[in-house]
Every structure is written in C-alpha cells, then in structure tokens.
Design a protein around this ligand. Structure first.
Ligand code: E4P
Length: 280
C-alpha cells in the first residue's frame, strides 16, 4: 500500500512528506493553477522544480500534458520528462485516456501512452472512468492507471438523476437499493439501467481483478477521492496506491474518540506522576 498526496501546493507537499507516510504526489493543471495563483507572479518552471525537490527522489510526481492529440501529448511528455526529471529523478507523465478523433478511428490518449511508455518514460494514465479504459491503458504500458472515483460517482448520479449530499459516495449496495426503489415507483429510466453499472469503488475492484487475472503489471492509483471512507474502500478494493488531498489525508487520522482518549490518558498520566519517569 502507498499513499500519494493529490496537490500542487508546495506547503502541503512539504508538510505531508514530513509526516513520513507520503510516497508520491499527483498534480493536474487545475491543482497547479490553484497553487500558482496563491503565489502571485511565481515562475512556473521554478515552482515545478521546487515541487519535485519537495517530494524528493523516490517519490514519483505526476505532471500532466496539456495537448489532446497524440503527437502533442508525446512531444509535451518528452519535454516535461527531459526538462524536469533531472531535478530529482521522480517525474511521471500524466496522460489522459482521451478519445479525441475517435470517430475517425483514432484514440489519441492510448497512442500517446503507448509511445511514451515504449520509450521508457513512466506514464500515469489519467481520467480513467471504466475498467475497460484501465485494462487498455495498462496493456499500452502505463506504469500507473488512475480511476477517478469521485468523478465516476458524479457521472453515475447525474446520469440517474440521483440527489446526494456532498461527501456521499456510491457503492453497489447503495446504488441497488436506490435503483430498486425507483423501479418500484415505475421509473422507466431506472428499469432500463444496465445492472452492470459501476460506482467508483467498483471500477477499482474490477480493474484490480482484471490486472491480476491478466498479469498486467500497472499499478492502480485510486484518484478523485473525496473522503476518508472512500480511501478505505479503495484500498480494500485493491488499489495499489491512493492519492488524496491534504484535507482527506488529515481526515484519515482523525476520530473524536481518539482525541477524547488522548486527553483522558494525558490527564491520568499526569495524575499518576508519569513525569517522574520522563524527568518532567
Ligand atoms: C488525480 O490524479 C487527480 O489529480 C485528482 O484526484 C482529481 O480529483 P478531483 O476529481 O477531485 O478533481
């Protein structure tokens, strides 16, 4: 099991790495835009170098391409790798499994993933929403494959017109219960929904099973994680890595009864004169 921080914020990266349990970092253009906008006028190239140094050697940092055509993504992936990998030897190129030009039979993302991977550049195949995308990007040689759990759930909810509150997430049981209710009410769309529809966690579970059965060596990074319970389920479902925002990482350590217990034990230690043992 490994934990990555999903952030482009230098302070967060330094803080999380100092905890000793963060094994890598994932960024994306949105996270970088947010991080850079908090540091007025910062030079992006220098900032990326600082991020790579803050993560440090041995902790992969995913940097994403910006193009949507295979040739652009390959060119940008090479530029990113050649420019930044010498800094700390930890660059991974994030390539979306996009299908621009699919109607002409193209599949831009998969072609770029294959080409970059074949030339020895480690790729994180991103924006994975279904197990089939995970399987194909793994077969194309991606080092990492990132199912976006939160966004898969967003998609399923929207497709089904489901209303959930922020922080909720889907699993097969909750989806079935909801669907059964709608079917009982005579909802035609619900009746038509394919029973094979998957929530984010199930995408991870299915992808892991495919990788194991087929002997695919890529590692699954469960991404787009919105709360600690989702992180737990992703690990249980077989994600090799979870990538979590700082807020979720902090949440994974917290429980009110833990905090209460610490308060009580500290007080009782004081009353029992533990100070004599520790010289205070
Ligand atoms: C992972 O690699 C992505 O950067 C990230 O998890 C996306 O999360 P979001 O769907 O919450 O934006």
């Amino acid at each position: 099991m490994r934990v990555f921080l999903d952030s482009g914020d230098l302070d967060e990266i330094r803080e999380a790495v100092s905890w000793g349990i963060v094994d890598g970092v994932t960024t994306n253009p949105t996270l970088m835009r947010e991080a850079v906008s908090r540091r007025n006028g910062v030079d992006l190239v220098g900032y990326v170098e600082e991020v790579l140094r803050a993560a440090g050697p041995g902790r992969p940092v995913s940097l994403e391409v910006m193009g949507t055509r295979a040739e652009d993504m390959v060119r940008e992936g090479r530029i990113l790798y050649e420019r930044f990998n010498p800094v700390a030897g930890n660059v991974v190129i994030k390539v979306p499994v996009n299908t621009r030009g699919m109607e002409e039979g193209d599949a831009e993302g998969i072609r770029a993933i294959r080409e970059l991977s074949s030339s020895g550049i480690p790729v994180n195949a991103t924006l994975i929403m279904i197990p089939a995308q995970a399987a194909l990007t793994a077969a194309a040689g991606a080092r990492y494959v990132s199912p976006f759990l939160g966004r898969v759930d967003d998609y399923v909810r929207t497709a089904l017109g489901m209303k959930f509150s922020k922080g909720d997430y889907l699993n097969v049981a909750s989806l079935r219960t909801w669907l059964e209710g709608r079917v009982r009410e005579g909802d035609r769309a619900a009746m038509d929904v394919n029973s094979g529809i998957l929530g984010g966690i199930e995408v991870v579970r299915a992808a892991r099973r495919i990788f194991d059965v087929q002997g695919l060596r890529s590692e699954i990074i469960a991404a787009s994680i919105r709360n600690p319970r989702q992180a737990e389920e992703a690990l249980e479902a077989g994600a090799h890595v979870i990538t979590v925002p700082m807020e979720v990482l902090r949440g994974m350590l917290r429980h009110p009864k833990t905090e209460e217990g610490v308060r009580i034990f500290s007080e009782d230690a004081r009353r029992a004169n533990y100070g004599e043992i520790f010289g205070r």
